[in-house]
Write a protein that binds this ligand. Structure first.
Ligand code: TRP
Ligand code: ZN
Length: 876
């Protein structure tokens, strides 16, 4: 375990590397407890780094150093210095070959960074700073080197993989296999990968636009070989899309994907050898839900797209992480939008951004898209870097238009191919290709916090002029008290009283992107007959909060008429939010709760609307989640949120039950499963109806869920029915369903994870007692992040009701688990603690209990750097 040295790294301290590594030869002799690593580096003084020959500083963590030689001569141990996290070697020539031998212990590696074992398979995870747990190296992304990798392993590991092309294969005298891989592209160490195991694979081919044949291989354990088809199809779609939309071809003759069960994140874009969390790549209709099918398509594309946005052009330093992540998330989101429903994809992404990223921006770990400092970089793989970073790239796309953006990306790839660059280089390429000035726009990279737009309007009937007044502000965030105005692309339309879009300029455009750049600004629209209704921030054109006083009638009107589907949904959310806010206030005042009939009727008309995409109907029907309500609240009163939301949900279910039932029956069909957008949309609406119906707890509703559970021919329907039973059926019915489900699927890792998650996130079933019991289940494994995320994360992040039990027991439980987990996997521990770091936003009684739980984590002592950073920054 690394200990908590409170060292902070600053962007302003960036210096070019003293030495470059032209080539890297690695030699692995794999053994569970003692893998021998030999590395041979061609080192050269960096001409840009200045005069003299400073000592060579290498990063290294938890390594057993065996020997160091330079140009074939052993360097005595007295000459070099072993540092707590590295090695310092004196240098007397500008070019030399450095050879290092060291040992590592993959079996004991539970951090899942570096080289580790997952179900008997060796695999690596090097981003961000995992390579230093393999061997001593200048482990920074601006040191790019050509890698050649030799793997020696016993026969139980027939598949031996690394980046690039296989160039040699042999057998040793004692019967071990020796395979050598060569990657012709220079890359930083974080993109290195190695896999060794008893794996099966499926294979396919792809012909690139210029006619090159690429071999595609997906490796898994034998039992999962039937779950590869969807990922393979997604990969080919992504390869084609990147050619068509960005003009980017794949560049090696082989592209490999490996599924592993133990993985800290979703997947990793290692050059030519992507490694995936099995949950993010394996799927079959009977075992994976629609949500996983779509997630897999998106993640496979995301990792593939990194080949250009990340690998060919990489990051200069980790402060630039969003350069590759924001851009690549934007690319994968557009890909998903093109493959499925654009509006629904946007709604899902914005709902997540508003709930989780806005909360991050308002919390103790708030940071800009390009942070100024960090203690542990693993803590900065955040929603801000990924999702807000995506929004920033999307705004550039909006400002330049699709063609202008493409000119910019072409220039970016051309200018920087093979380089390690900065966010600034990206923006500069966009500017230069389009002859525009994005000077003020750059503040999106440097200022944290979610801007607020206060919008008011005025209509002068005499002149027919409509005036919008837009005021922007941004709350203070840690280390940034004052903010300067952002450059905000503010898309809008104006509706007449028939619901038609009004022309906004002389050319008759009905959609306009206003350039909001000042703290306060006015925009005028002339020649109008009547006061229009504004449809603001269409398509969510910027990651901001918009405040405008809509009446209930106006929101109903937008829900019905807005030509922007995103804003139809947004109106439904505003309407629900207003109603739920009132219910919360009534609850706190001890008044009787009542859901206005007008609210119920707007939901009824959404439900009866047969013209809208059923997936959009489902999104509009769903009440904002408790987490979303918490994020939007000034002060979080969890009890009031739960009471208000449960009440509204039940009122809607009771009032609409006939419509819900009719809609449910209409959408039941016997078609064979397909993860097409159209079919997913129908299942989504059908199961939304089922969930509402179950809320009534009426015997016929429960019977419907039981029938669907018994007959389900795919996992989407099966899991939805099980969730309905868990949440609303009698205990014995729920218990029986859980048992049936487990008996059937206990051999399937992904389904068991789903089964864990359904229980721990259920308000009725996921009591703290049951969650503790799940942790005793034989299939639970504290060393497996997916299991931890399913059981502990399901409870802390997705079971708002039970986690916020007023006695504070949920917070203490989380603290306890975080402390235990930190000893095994610091990255996961530091992520898991998040819910209790937001204590300041809660009503004092609850906030104090959260803070106490957080303090107990701090007091447990000896925290990893990861956990220390998050906890210490949250306690101030
Ligand atoms: N680069 C990966 C992605 O976004 C992220 C990633 C995978 C990662 N595994 C990691 C980041 C482990 C930190 C640690 O596609
Ligand atoms: Zn990524």
């Amino acid at each position: 375990m690394r200990d908590a040295q409170p060292r902070t790294v600053y962007l302003k301290d960036y210096r070019v590397p003293d030495y470059l590594v032209d080539s890297t030869r690695l030699h692995f002799e794999l053994q569970p407890k003692a893998t021998l690593v030999k590395s041979q580096l061609q080192v050269r003084r960096n001409p840009e780094a200045g005069e003299g020959l400073p000592p060579l500083q290498l990063d290294g963590v938890e390594l057993e150093l065996l020997s160091v030689s330079i140009d074939g001569e052993l360097v005595p141990a007295s000459r070099y210095r072993e540092l707590p996290e590295g090695l310092s070697i004196p240098v007397d020539k500008a070019e030399f070959t450095l050879e290092i031998h060291n040992r590592i212990n993959p079996e004991e590696n539970t951090s899942l960074e570096g080289l580790y074992l997952s179900n008997g398979m060796y695999c690596t995870q090097c981003e961000a700073e995992g390579f230093r747990k393999i061997t001593y190296y200048p482990d920074r992304p601006d040191v790019m080197s050509k890698f050649t990798t030799t793997i020696v392993a016993p026969r139980q590991y027939p598949v031996l993989l690394s980046n690039g092309n296989e160039i040699e294969r042999a057998t040793t005298e004692d019967g071990r296999q020796v395979v050598t891989w060569e990657d012709p592209f220079a890359k930083p160490a974080y993109l290195f990968a190695l896999v060794a195991g008893d794996l099966q694979h499926v294979e396919d081919r792809f012909t690139t636009a210029s006619g090159r044949e690429v071999k595609l291989q997906l490796f898994t354990e034998a039992k999962n070989i039937g779950k590869c088809e969807h990922a393979m199809r997604s990969l080919k779609k992504a390869m084609r899309w990147d050619e068509e939309v960005y003009g980017r071809e794949y560049d090696l003759d082989i592209f490999m994907v490996v599924a592993v069960d133990h993985f800290n994140m979703g997947a990793m874009e290692n050059k030519g050898l992507n490694i995936f969390n099995s949950a993010c790549v394996l799927a079959s209709p009977d075992t994976a839900t629609d949500a996983s099918f779509q997630r897999i398509e998106a993640i496979v594309a995301h990792e593939y797209f990194h080949n250009w946005s990340g690998n060919r052009v990489t990051c200069r330093d980790w402060f630039q992480l969003s350069l590759k992540e924001g851009f690549t998330v934007f690319r994968d989101a557009e890909f998903s939008a093109d493959m499925n429903s654009r509006a629904v994809k946007r709604i899902e992404d914005v709902a997540m951004l508003r709930t989780a990223q806005f909360a991050e921006d308002a919390g103790p770990m708030a940071h800009p898209v390009r942070p100024d400092s960090y203690m542990e970089i693993s803590n900065f793989y955040t929603l801000t870097i990924y999702e807000k970073g995506e929004e920033v790239v999307r705004m550039i796309h909006t400002l330049l238009g699709a063609a202008g953006f493409r000119k910019g990306s072409d220039l970016y790839f051309e200018r920087h191919d093979g380089q390690a660059v900065t966010c600034e280089d990206f923006v500069k390429a966009m500017e230069d290709a389009n002859g525009v000035d994005l000077g003020q726009f750059r503040r999106w990279y440097s200022q944290a916090g979610t801007p607020v737009l206060n919008v008011s309007d005025d209509f002068d009937a005499a002149s027919g002029t409509y005036t919008l007044t837009v005021k922007q502000s941004c709350p203070a965030t840690p280390g940034q008290e004052e903010k300067l105005p952002f450059h905000i692309p503010f898309a809008l339309g104006l509706l007449d009283s028939d619901g038609n879009d009004l022309p906004l300029d002389a050319e008759g455009n009905t959609h306009k992107v206003l350039q909001v750049t000042e703290a306060e600004q006015q925009f005028r629209f002339a020649g109008l007959q009547e006061k229009p209704l504004p449809s603001l921030l269409r398509g969510f054109s910027a990651p901001v909060r918009v405040c405008y006083e809509y009446s209930l009638e106006q929101l109903q009107f937008l829900m019905r008429c807005d030509s922007d589907e995103f804003n139809r949904w947004d109106a439904s959310q505003r309407l629900a939010f207003a109603a739920l806010e009132k219910l919360q206030a009534d609850f706190r005042n001890g008044d009787t709760l009542q859901l206005p009939a007008a609210v119920i009727e707007s939901y009824r008309s959404v439900l009866q609307n047969r013209e809208l995409d059923p997936a959009l109907v489902a999104e509009m029907l769903a009440l904002p989640s408790a987490q979303t309500l918490a994020e939007q609240a000034q002060t979080i009163d969890a009890e009031a949120i739960v009471a208000a939301r449960d009440f509204a949900r039940r009122e809607l279910a009771l009032a609409l039950k006939d419509d819900l039932h009719a809609c449910y029956l209409r959408l039941c069909n016997e078609r064979e499963y397909s993860p097409s957008a159209a079919d997913i949309a129908e299942r989504s609406l059908k199961n939304t109806c089922l969930a509402y119906l179950a809320v009534t707890q009426a015997a016929d509703a429960v019977a419907l869920a039981e029938a669907q559970f018994a007959a389900a021919a795919n996992m989407t329907d099966s899991a939805a029915a099980l969730a309905a039973l868990l949440n609303h059926a009698a205990d014995d019915v729920a218990q029986a369903a859980l048992q049936t489900f487990y008996d059937r699927w206990q051999g399937d890792t992904q389904v068991v994870e789903l089964w864990f998650g359904l229980q721990s996130s259920s308000a009725s079933w996921g009591t703290l007692g049951n969650v503790r019991a799940l942790m005793q289940h034989p299939a639970f494994e504290m060393k497996n992040p997916n299991k931890v995320r399913a059981v502990i994360g399901g409870f802390a992040n997705r079971n708002f009701t039970r986690f916020h039990d007023t006695d504070g027991s949920g917070f203490q439980f989380l603290a306890e688990q975080v402390i235990a987990l930190d000893k095994l996997n610091p990255q996961i521990a530091a992520r898991l603690v998040t819910p209790i770091t937001r204590w300041k936003k809660y009503i004092p009684e609850m906030g104090e209990k959260m803070r106490a739980a957080l303090q107990s984590v701090m007091d447990s002592g000896n925290l990893s750097r990861d956990l220390y950073e998050v906890v210490s920054k949250s306690l101030v």
